[in-house]
Design a protein around this ligand. Structure first.
Ligand SMILES: [Zn+2]
Length: 335
């Protein structure tokens, strides 16, 4: 038996026309930045780090059209990989992820200031100053597989803990990830002070659910509201730019209810070594394998087994089976 890619999930979302935001107000295409005139942090919201992830574009388009402005500090709203997004095609929805390379793997000083060139590097060099100057950054993403929402808080010992602390204050989503980064290169949330534990600057990355499912927009909207609230640039109750009520009351600090956020620490990456890689179950992500030694996947002659009790599966990939690709990451709950 070989692993066949899952059929394409249905496309429930329409890609918004964001051309009205192109001019922006600060001299860089698709960047708008608003100063409240009052003291406060510089908060940055970013969508379209990956050009086929629609929910962030939908929510930031709504927010800009509604004329939302910060009550304190500065709010910067950016659409990142707009060149990739211009290639959006619902009949081939993976093609607009990037043009030349993954925009979210180029965020080292060496690469950004080095001689290499690509569509994504040019854009990263345009937006790099905003990313470097913001006190708080929310990078809005979605996932290829239908997985519950999760917050990527950063790398253990390199900013992941302060990201998780911020996500706990936000109270959403339920699952917070402290991971090991990507060998292909650092993400925006690891750039500069974001990855320095002593720096107050904090960045988090929300994975809102499957790329094209309607619910991902609700997750993105609620996450943006709470991010604006905890960073202090806008009250939660006043950040309802669509007119509808916030999804639910903010959790009480230290709340112990079943929905209280939980941190998953990634410890292992499982890489495909053959084209016969297949999972032992129909995993969607965040399943818990109860016992050490239980099978997770089969790869050629090898059985990949849970390294410890209560192993958590993080973002299993069924769409991108290639030798050398990370197929799933494994982690454990902090508590
Ligand atoms: Zn993404």
């Amino acid at each position: 038996m070989t692993t066949q890619p899952d059929p394409l999930p249905p496309i429930e979302l329409a890609a918004p026309d964001i051309s009205v935001h192109r001019a922006g107000n600060i001299g860089v295409d698709y960047v708008s930045s608003f100063d409240s005139g009052k003291p406060g942090p510089h908060v940055m919201l970013q969508a379209l780090t990956h050009g086929n992830e629609l929910c962030g574009a939908i929510v930031l388009d709504e927010l800009l059209r509604a004329g939302l402005r910060p009550a304190a500090g500065r709010l910067t709203v950016a659409f990142a990989n707009t060149q990739a997004y211009a290639n959006w095609n619902p009949a081939d929805p993976d093609v607009s992820r990037f043009v030349d390379e993954d925009y979210n793997r180029v965020w080292s000083d060496e690469v950004l200031s080095g001689p290499r060139d690509s569509v994504e590097l040019r854009r990263a060099r345009e937006l790099g100053g905003f990313v470097a100057r913001a006190d708080y950054l929310l990078d809005i993403h979605s996932m290829r597989e239908p997985c519950p929402p999760l917050m990527v808080c950063g790398v253990a010992g390199r900013g992941g803990e302060k990201g998780a602390a911020m996500a706990r204050r936000m109270g959403v989503p339920r699952h917070l990830l402290i991971d090991t980064g990507h060998p292909a290169g650092p993400r925006m949330i690891e750039h500069g002070g974001y990855s320095q534990p002593a720096s107050p600057r904090t960045a988090v990355l929300i994975e809102c659910g499957q790329h094209w499912e309607r619910a991902s927009v609700d997750v993105a909207r609620e996450t943006v509201r709470r991010f604006l609230d905890v960073t202090g640039v806008l009250d939660y109750g006043r950040s309802a730019w669509t007119g509808d009520a916030p999804a639910r009351a903010l959790p009480s600090p230290g709340g112990q209810d079943d929905d209280a956020p939980r941190v998953v620490r990634v410890t292992h990456a499982v890489v495909a070594r053959s084209l016969s890689f297949r999972f032992a179950g129909d995993y969607r992500g965040l399943e818990v394998i109860e016992r050490a030694g239980d099978p997770i996947a089969y790869d050629g002659e090898e059985t990949i087994r849970a390294p410890y009790d209560r192993t958590v599966l993080v973002m299993p990939s069924k769409a991108h089976l290639r030798i050398g690709n990370t197929m799933v990451r494994l982690g454990r709950f902090d508590d």
